[in-house]
Ligand binder design. Structure first.
Ligand code: ZN
Length: 149
């Protein structure tokens, strides 16, 4: 258990310091803004779709380490996936954070499974899911700002 906690800290620090796929996607055809007023986190997700597949993804944001690392890892996890695959991953990630995920779900999540540690801190769950809610909104082509509230 300590190993998982150490890994969580390590991966979180790495992704919050050096976020992957960070910046504006100039030729984005979908985008959404997410806001978590409880913590003050903000995430903007940009997508370029190739048919049903996420051809490219970028994000911009500011806020706590959990929200920014989660956004960075979300972009890595869904790049190249279809809309349905990305939504299925979000569902599993949400199950992980709400404690309803079975062991097979946890193994399907791969690296994202480190976020299981967030479960103990309900306030942080919103930080960790913000980028995923924003991705969901971008895929649905919703123009409005999504809020975790
Ligand atoms: Zn936060």
């Amino acid at each position: 258990m300590n190993d998982l906690r150490d890994l969580y800290q390590e991966v979180l620090l790495d992704h919050s310091k050096r976020p992957r796929n960070f910046g504006v996607l100039a030729d984005a055809d979908h985008q959404a803004v997410g806001h978590n007023p409880l913590c003050g986190d903000k995430v903007v997700v940009y997508l370029r779709m190739d048919g049903d597949r996420i051809a490219d993804i970028r994000f911009q944001g500011q806020g706590c380490a959990v929200s920014q690392a989660s956004a960075s890892m979300m972009t890595e996890s869904v790049k190249g996936k279809t809309r349905a695959e990305a939504e299925a991953l979000f569902k599993r990630f949400h199950e992980l954070l709400t404690g309803t995920a079975g062991p097979e779900t946890v193994s399907e999540l791969g690296k994202l499974a480190i976020f299981a540690g967030v479960r103990k801190y309900p306030v942080r769950v919103k930080c960790a899911t913000l980028a995923w809610h924003t991705l969901h909104a971008a895929l649905a082509r919703k123009a409005e700002t999504v809020s975790t509230e």
